[in-house]
Ligand binder design. Structure first.
Ligand SMILES: *Cc1c(COP(=O)(O)O)cnc(C)c1O
Length: 457
């Protein structure tokens, strides 16, 4: 007889992973290296050390160690909010009347409200170990900035956050949370940096973009001794730290002998998805098991489904390293109508390589459909989801409805990356019928592709 599975599968503290899992160690085709934007040569650890913390550079470049121990101080911090629950969505299953079994890993159980704290605390720890004074970063909607502020205050580091100007204005409460944790928050583009002043001169009145805030944060870190830049997604090191999500998920499922058929995650820069799938992808890469893995992205910012696999800048100011990834072009800025997050023009180079090699699939969804799914989920499962997370909910529901048609009882696992309490302006637009779906035309995308840097590699 099948063992009754509880609504929530909790692991206890002793079951918290002791090491992060590095998928790249098991990849036959490694992701392409970061390139120096000037010379187009692979960046050396020494060059990267000027931008990032030393230990994080080692992690960034490490393609050989499958397991990297989690330092005790980080595990101690994790214990305040981890292991996070894996929830069996019995109520959603019932409402959908589907034979599918749906699980979600909930990462919203901390003040920052998302999975980003998993990497923020690791990055702050290594900055502190190196004896730095502080770190700089960018934030879009504010989740990363909040997570990093919390992590920096815990270790007594200064934290300067360049916040995309539209969000700074639309989400004053996010900004105040960061200030509770002692961060200084600057709307971007700003006149505090050279690149900011240049962007302001070219686009007066712009609401900013993530790419532009990244340029500002990097400039400040590089010019001030004792400071380094940290990034909340896209990079290999961030996927590494987020593997704690997937490792816990797998441990919880293994307790009950459950093997997922489909694993779904939303994809902005790819960190939560890369973390959730990590141990499952490891099995897939080693030929031990097979899973269907689906990345979900907004139709208004479709990096995987309509982007080019090419070297590109991670920022608008074109001062960051070049990464080979699925990209819409670093000049691509999603429509201002887009309220669902996941606005970054590129994608993790690890996930890009895996997608390119056929280890995972991707779909894009329109935002009104995403908010419909968000609300459907909130009403039966109780949690008010972040718009980003709701992309995964949308596709989980769609997959469960397919099962209803075919009668298959597939096991579906998705990442519920966070809560949406700071996204009520977006929910308001949805309720008032003011939310529209925006899909860029092929011509618009082509114009952006035409500006990709020319790299022979
Ligand atoms: C930042 C964020 C995402 C997207 O970032 P990834 O790096 O792609 O994971 C998804 N969900 C929430 C709640 C976020 O804050």
């Amino acid at each position: 007889m099948e063992q009754q599975i509880p609504y929530k599968i909790y692991l206890d503290e002793t079951e918290l992973p002791e090491a992060w899992y590095n998928m790249r160690a098991d990849m036959a085709e490694k992701p392409a290296p970061l390139l120096n934007p000037g010379t187009h040569q692979p960046l050396t650890a020494q060059e990267l050390d000027g931008i990032f913390c030393e230990e994080l550079v080692k992690q960034e470049l490490n393609e050989t160690d499958a397991w990297i121990p989690i330092p005790q101080e980080i595990r101690d911090f994790y214990k305040m909010y981890r292991p996070s629950p894996l929830v069996r969505a019995y109520c959603l299953e019932k409402q959908l009347d589907t034979p599918a079994k749906i699980y979600y890993k909930f990462e919203g159980n901390n003040t920052s409200g998302s999975h980003k704290l998993n990497s923020a605390i690791a990055q702050a720890y290594y900055a502190k170990q190196q004896g730095l004074k502080g770190v700089t970063t960018e934030t879009g909607a504010g989740q990363w900035g909040t997570a990093l502020s919390m992590a920096c205050s815990y270790f007594g580091l200064e934290c300067r956050v360049y916040m995309v100007k539209v969000s700074y204005e639309q989400k004053p409460f996010r900004r105040e949370v960061m200030r509770v944790y002692g961060a200084s928050v600057v709307p971007s583009p700003s006149d505090t940096t050279e690149v900011g002043r240049k962007i302001l001169a070219e686009h007066p009145g712009t609401g900013g973009s993530l790419g532009c805030a990244i340029s500002e944060a990097v400039e400040v870190a590089v010019r001030n001794p004792g400071y380094r830049y940290v990034l909340g997604s896209v990079l290999n090191q961030v996927l590494l730290h987020q593997s704690v999500i997937g490792l816990e998920t797998k441990a919880a499922l293994d307790k009950y002998g459950v093997k997922p058929d489909v694993i779904i995650g939303c994809a902005g820069g790819g960190s939560n998805l890369g973390g959730l799938i990590a141990p499952f992808m490891g099995e897939k890469l080693r030929g031990e098991a097979d899973y269907q893995i689906i990345a979900v992205e907004p139709a208004s910012c479709p990096s995987f489904t309509r982007g080019k696999f090419a070297y590109d800048f991670c920022d608008t100011g074109m001062i960051c390293p070049l990464a080979k990834m699925y990209t819409l072009g670093s000049g691509f800025i999603p429509s201002p109508n887009h309220a669902g997050g996941l606005r970054f023009h590129g994608m993790s180079s690890t996930l890009s390589q895996l997608y390119h090699d056929g280890y995972m699939t991707a779909v894009s969804v329109e935002q009104t459909k995403v908010f419909e799914a968000a609300e459907q989920f909130a009403r039966v499962e109780g949690i008010l989801p972040a718009p980003e997370s709701s992309h995964a909910i949308r596709v989980a529901i769609d997959e469960a409805l397919k099962c209803k048609e075919t009668g298959e009882a597939k096991t579906i696992v998705f990442g519920l990356t966070g809560t949406g309490y700071f996204d009520m302006v977006a929910y308001e637009k949805f309720h008032d019928g003011q939310m529209t779906d925006f899909i860029p035309t092929d011509e618009e995308l082509q114009a952006s592709f035409d500006r990709l840097p020319k790299v022979d590699a």
